[in-house]
Ligand binder design. Structure first.
Ligand SMILES: Nc1ncnc2c1ncn2[C@@H]1O[C@H](COP(=O)(O)OP(=O)(O)OP(=O)(O)O)[C@@H](O)[C@H]1O
Ligand SMILES: [Mg+2]
Length: 494
């Protein structure tokens, strides 16, 4: 079944003010084939996907599906067999599984027969994604994130998708669910679907694809069968430079104890005790739901601990009080940037200084000038790819939004910096520079506490890790004793 060109993009160009997001892109997606798309943040991957889904109309060029022009409207694109799975879930949590699978399917009549046929269709689609045992009446919101994503794929299949597009599908999945998703995608390839797969996890691209395409500055710069790529070559094609060491770490002198948490119990956290010295980089390792995010939230004052204490530089902070925690130098960069981190319609500059008013407001009228200066320095320092600091942050690529969050944390001049999965959706080059910034912040005396959906990354960058399980810290491991298998086992036992 493989080999037939299902989708053809020919000389597609899309410009935004100050940037060519797609520059003369020509690309073919074949039936029964997985094409991986790689490229640094802002390279144009999502824009390409938006063109294929009908959400963005190119300035010039042509897209055909099975020889016909791509219809000019997203709904019609789906009906023509091209479906997209976005990074964020688009299901309706309050609706049940059946209705979610059938969502937006046009039904002419609602007769009993039709209802029965639809149910059969939904069941068949759910079976193809391994959800055959799920109760059709359960609400989508009661499923795990991984199951909800499979539900979205089932919805595409129920609409007879022949082309499936994935934009960073594993960036919101727990590590353990990634392999299941990849297996299902492989199965869909066997069934003859044409698949486009975008991810910053290069090992996934190697594991799953037949072809890897690299984009840079809106253009396709390389395209080869996966077997002809290796990791260094791929990184070099993406970044146009070699990357020797993605995870910088150096031994540093540590200062006095700067953070002391004693027996902290809070929603999702049971009796956590942590001591950290000034300049230390600490990792939290655990399965999804083990309490890493909950611990950070409790420390930030976003949830209310029921007992225990937190002290920064020997001064106790009031628990469950965001403002007080912030004033004492605890800042938190949440994992869900879309919901908790940014105001997408506001400018880069305003997003940068959100919550930093103490830093600029004292200066009254000078404020906006100071804001602009700070923002410009941050955008430069963090390599945010943007046309101007007045650009709405929602128009930045995903990875560049993440860099703005980190730049903001650095501006806060904090004593304790908590980064919840800071490199999610970030390209390999930016990952490396984020860890350089982390090292700098620690070098200036801050305590950095971080998690990552990639445990190897934590082990490569931290001085010490705490392993969490079911809300409890079950182990503390020094860098000299890091052993990946043992730590992962410790995180998942029990
Ligand atoms: N609506 C928009 N208005 C202005 N510029 C935009 C808009 N959408 C995208 N861009 C710009 O187009 C370029 C390509 O962005 P795109 O989202 O396609 O990148 P990407 O490869 O998906 O990056 P990432 O890996 O970070 O997700 C970026 O410079 C981005 O800022
Ligand atoms: Mg993107």
């Amino acid at each position: 079944m493989s080999g037939a060109a299902l989708v053809e993009l020919s000389h597609v160009t899309k410009r935004y003010p100050g940037v060519v997001a797609l520059n003369d892109v020509t690309l073919t997606l074949e039936a029964g084939t997985i094409t991986a798309l790689a490229g640094e943040n802002g390279a144009g991957k999502s824009t390409l996907i938006k063109v294929l889904s009908g959400a963005v109309v190119p300035d010039s060029g042509e897209v055909t599906v099975a020889g016909r022009h791509l219809p000019p409207d997203p709904g019609q694109v789906i009906r023509s067999g091209v479906s997209t799975i976005y990074q964020e879930l688009t299901d309706v949590p309050a609706m049940n599984v059946l209705d979610n699978v059938l969502l937006a399917r046009q039904s002419s009549r609602l007769g009993v027969l039709e209802g029965q046929a639809n149910r059969e269709r939904a069941r068949a689609a759910l079976e193809r994604v391994g959800l055959q045992n799920i109760d059709l009446k359960r609400s989508a919101g009661s499923l795990t994130p991984a199951q909800r994503q499979l539900l979205e794929i089932a919805r595409c299949l129920a609409r007879d998708a022949r082309v499936l597009i994935f934009d960073e599908p594993t960036s919101s999945l727990p590590e353990g669910d990634v392999e299941t998703l990849l297996d299902i995608i492989r199965q869909l390839r066997r069934e003859g679907l044409a698949i486009l797969y975008v991810s910053h996890h290069l090992d996934e691209l190697f594991a799953i694809s037949d072809t890897i395409v690299v984009m840079r500055d809106g253009a396709v710069v390389a395209l080869k069968p996966t077997g002809e790529w290796d990791q260094p070559a791929l990184v070099k094609a993406m970044l146009a430079r070699d990357l020797q060491n993605a995870y910088p770490w150096v031994e540093r002198p540590l200062g006095d104890v700067a953070l002391e948490i004693k027996d902290l119990t809070a929603p999702g956290v049971r009796s956590a005790t942590i001591t950290a010295r000034s300049g230390e980089i600490l990792g939290l390792v655990g399965l999804d739901g083990a309490g890493r995010t909950e611990l950070m939230k409790a420390m930030a004052g976003a949830t209310k601990p029921t007992s225990g204490s937190i002290a920064v530089d020997g001064r106790t902070i009031r628990l469950g009080n965001l403002t007080h925690a912030r004033e004492r130098g605890i800042v938190y960069a949440p994992e869900d940037r879309k919901r908790e981190g940014l105001i997408l319609t506001a400018s880069i500059r305003d997003n940068l200084v959100l919550g930093l008013y103490a830093l600029i407001s004292r200066l009254g009228l000078i404020m906006s000038g100071r804001q602009t200066g700070l923002a410009e320095a941050s955008v430069r320092g963090y390599g945010v790819k943007a046309d101007s600091i007045t650009q709405p942050i929602g128009t930045l690529s995903g990875g560049n939004q993440q860099k703005v969050i980190l730049a903001r944390v650095a501006l806060a001049g904090a004593r304790v910096i908590m980064l919840d999965d800071p490199t999610r959706g970030v390209d390999v080059g930016a990952k490396s520079s984020i860890y350089e910034h982390v090292l700098n912040l620690a070098g200036q005396g801050a305590v950095v506490l971080l998690t990552s959906s990639d445990t190897d990354e934590v082990l490569a960058t931290c001085d010490r890790v705490y392993v969490l399980r079911a809300g409890r810290i079950v182990e503390e491991v020094m860098r000299a004793d890091f052993d990946r298998e043992r730590i992962l086992t410790s995180a998942s036992l029990g």
